[in-house]
Design a protein around this ligand. Structure first.
Ligand code: FMN
Length: 194
């Protein structure tokens, strides 16, 4: 059986920040369980926002030629996803939302053209959401979770849970949390189980 493929998506513009550190631990945990991990940093890619041109409704392919073209292939071929984004104004970051919106092409593939989205070898596709927010407000993570669930459903990934940490503001503060990085490692290990 080939190694399970985990696509780790870093959605924060802050390299080495809190969600990056959590994602790193999830990846380490997944690797320790035998997964092959590929990490993408969205802020380093060129991903324009969706223009709602509707051309994907006819072709299943996005008309915008940028990094989203190869990222579509990675998203379709992965067995597991770990999507990390801090909370920005109660939602995911602009970088993350741009990527998700550009998956309208995969929505078209699935719901309009009735073609399969997943191109992996038939393994169940599962995804984990990782997030932090500086505040501790009620429902801090709910809007982002709703967005991520909708995204995962569209690309045929089962939402398998989330690692969510409120009151984490400054860069690297998550490293001082008593359990967060350990939880992330274990979540990565679980994600790598068949
Ligand atoms: C533009 C912007 C908007 C933010 N909005 C929120 C928010 O709505 N709620 C919150 O709890 N924290 C908010 N934060 C704080 C970040 O979520 C927090 O600093 C987090 O630790 C950043 O994670 P990172 O280090 O992975 O980038 C915001 C930060 C920025 C820069």
């Amino acid at each position: 059986m080939p190694s399970l493929k985990l696509l780790a998506i870093a959605g924060s513009p802050r390299r080495g920040g809190n969600t990056d550190l959590l994602l790193q631990e999830v990846s380490r945990g997944a690797k320790s369980g035998g997964a092959a991990v590929k990490t993408v940093f969205l802020s380093e890619l060129s991903i324009a926002p969706c223009q709602h041109c509707d051309r994907c409704l006819e072709t299943g392919r996005c008309a915008i030629e940028d990094d989203m073209q190869w990222l579509h292939s990675e998203l379709r071929g992965a067995d597991r996803l770990a999507l990390a984004s801090p909370i920005f104004f109660m939602g995911v970051t602009a970088q993350t939302k741009a990527m998700i919106d550009r998956c309208q092409a995969l929505w078209a593939l699935k719901y309009v053209l009735r073609l399969p989205v997943a191109t992996n070898d038939g393994r169940e596709r599962r995804g984990l959401f990782i997030s932090v927010g500086g505040r501790r407000s009620t429902n801090l993570f709910q809007p982002a979770i709703a967005t991520v669930k909708s995204f995962f459903k569209t690309i045929d990934v089962i939402y398998s849970g989330a690692l969510l940490f409120p009151s984490v503001e400054e860069k690297g503060a998550i490293a001082r949390h008593s359990t967060a990085l350990g939880e992330a490692f274990l979540a990565g290990q679980r994600l790598s189980e068949d």
